[in-house]
Design a protein around this ligand. Structure first.
Ligand SMILES: [Zn+2]
Ligand SMILES: [Zn+2]
Length: 467
């Protein structure tokens, strides 16, 4: 559990807290008016001193008056919701809050449901517009590790943070604007006193409301309908594009001219307004790929990487990280694979949230659409075969593209001295690279290569036997 000190831009920024009182109740014997100062005390320890707004959600017909008074006297808003709807309401209130409060700001959930219920949609929201994120819970399981937080607490530890409670109580009694509100989320009702809330909760109007118009019990993922294939934003229009292509998952279809792969990919990019230099690497067990395909790829400037099945995704991922290191944003990264969800989505989504400065524009292509929403947010996605069919360029145009491409490769490599730009064939098992197909094929048939493959396979087997 990492608790990072506040970055300067968040140190005095606003903090909004959504607290599920059922998951994280006030412990027996704990005074309710100590909750806010404890939470604020924990924030201050990390250097956060911005204004804190807290809303406590729960079935308030079950919460004793003295607890609600203790909370509201310290400016904690009280929201009534039926237990089944609490999560969905907290989430939609958070989405609404994001519409009104631009970053930099901090948001915090106190709940045990974050991982299971809204982590995926929230991770996607965070990739688009990033807020600083805190979590607290009484029970934790990182079911979906795609969500990046800067601080997490156990609820009971958070309540133990040392604070100057009397001073905080006084401030909230004096400042009218900070007076706690009472909400009935079932009826969209609000008031300023516990007495009024109690009266409402026992009214026929409220009973009918909960009966006839029940609140949603499932969160509505706001990113679900985010469109695909957005036109290029100006900062990406001429920026570099890296394409990591799994040639095993998404092979060149039977009868398809290999020369057309690069122009088809570039054509699809151009349709969306992307015209930056495109670097493509095809990953697979190249000892199984026919020579004419390898020749065709390399003649159009597609680099070829040999990686055996067991490590192919790892190699693609490590090349992605290496490329990011050498090529800061703005830039675009495209993954062509049918295993985005298993191998890339979560880790790349996490990277995308780690630092706003290292956020890349993402493209995907796959031979079949993932059945579930991915944690990774993209601005364009294609079905592999449709992508290949989308653009037809005559062979003369293909050769022009490939000539241009070679020129770009040479120019780029001479400018930046990046070794990967000049390397056209590489064996990921032996870290061997070369410029000619003949040398590459010769390498794949050497005893040294076979030995490296057998060592790697043994290593992988022993690794899996130990876990
Ligand atoms: Zn009501
Ligand atoms: Zn090798």
């Amino acid at each position: 559990m990492r608790n990072d000190a506040a970055a300067p831009k968040y140190a005095t920024a606003e903090i909004a807290v959504w607290w599920d009182m059922k998951d994280c109740p006030i412990p027996e014997g704990y005074e309710a008016h100590r909750v806010r100062p404890s939470i604020e005390g924990a924030f201050k320890k990390l250097g956060y001193s911005g204004p804190v707004s807290i809303t406590a959600y729960g079935d308030q017909t079950q919460t004793p008056d003295n607890l609600l008074r203790g909370l509201s006297s310290t400016g904690v808003h009280v929201a009534h919701a039926i237990t089944e709807s609490t999560c969905a309401l907290m989430y939609s209130d958070m989405v609404e809050w994001r519409r009104h409060i631009p970053p930099p700001a901090t948001m915090m959930f106190i709940s045990n449901q974050v991982d299971h219920v809204f982590s995926l949609d929230l991770a996607r929201l965070q990739q688009e517009t990033q807020y600083n994120l805190f979590l607290a819970y009484s029970v934790s399981s990182k079911a979906i590790p795609a969500l990046e937080t800067s601080a997490e607490w156990r609820w009971n530890n958070l309540l133990k943070s040392k604070t100057k409670k009397t001073r905080v109580v006084k401030i909230y009694e004096e400042e009218e604007s900070d007076r706690a509100m009472f909400y009935c989320k079932s009826c969209d009702f609000d008031c300023q006193s516990l007495r009024e809330l109690r009266k409402h909760l026992s009214s026929r109007y409220h009973a009918m409301g909960e009966l006839l118009c029940p609140t949603a019990t499932e969160i509505s993922p706001v990113t679900m309908k985010w469109g695909r294939n957005f036109p290029a934003k100006p900062e990406y229009a001429t920026a570099k594009i890296l394409v990591l292509w799994d040639i095993v998952d998404c092979p060149i279809p039977e009868g398809y001219e290999v020369h057309r792969v690069r122009p088809s990919i570039e054509g699809a990019f151009k349709k969306l307004g992307y015209s930056g230099p495109v670097s493509i690497t095809a990953y697979g067990d190249q000892s199984q790929t026919p020579d004419h395909l390898l020749r065709g790829l390399s003649s159009t400037g597609v680099a070829v990487s040999h990686a055996i099945t067991e490590v192919r995704y790892k190699r693609m991922f490590s090349d992605l990280i290496r490329w990011q290191y050498l090529n800061p944003p703005p830039a675009t990264i495209m993954l062509i694979s049918d295993h985005i969800e298993d191998y890339f989505s979560t880790s790349v989504a996490s990277l995308q949230q780690c630092c706003i400065k290292y956020k890349y524009n993402m493209f995907l292509a796959y031979s079949f659409r993932p059945t579930k929403m991915l944690a990774l947010v993209t601005s364009a996605e294609w079905l592999w075969e449709s992508l290949l069919e989308g653009v037809y360029l005559s062979s003369s145009l293909c050769s022009t593209v490939s000539e241009t491409r070679r020129h770009v490769l040479q120019r780029c490599s001479s400018q930046r001295g990046e070794p990967e730009s000049t390397r056209m064939f590489d064996c990921k098992t032996c870290l061997f690279d070369c410029k000619s197909l003949d040398d590459f094929m010769k390498h794949l048939s050497t005893n040294e290569h076979a030995w490296e493959v057998s060592i790697l396979s043994q290593y992988i087997i022993s690794f899996f036997l130990t876990i």
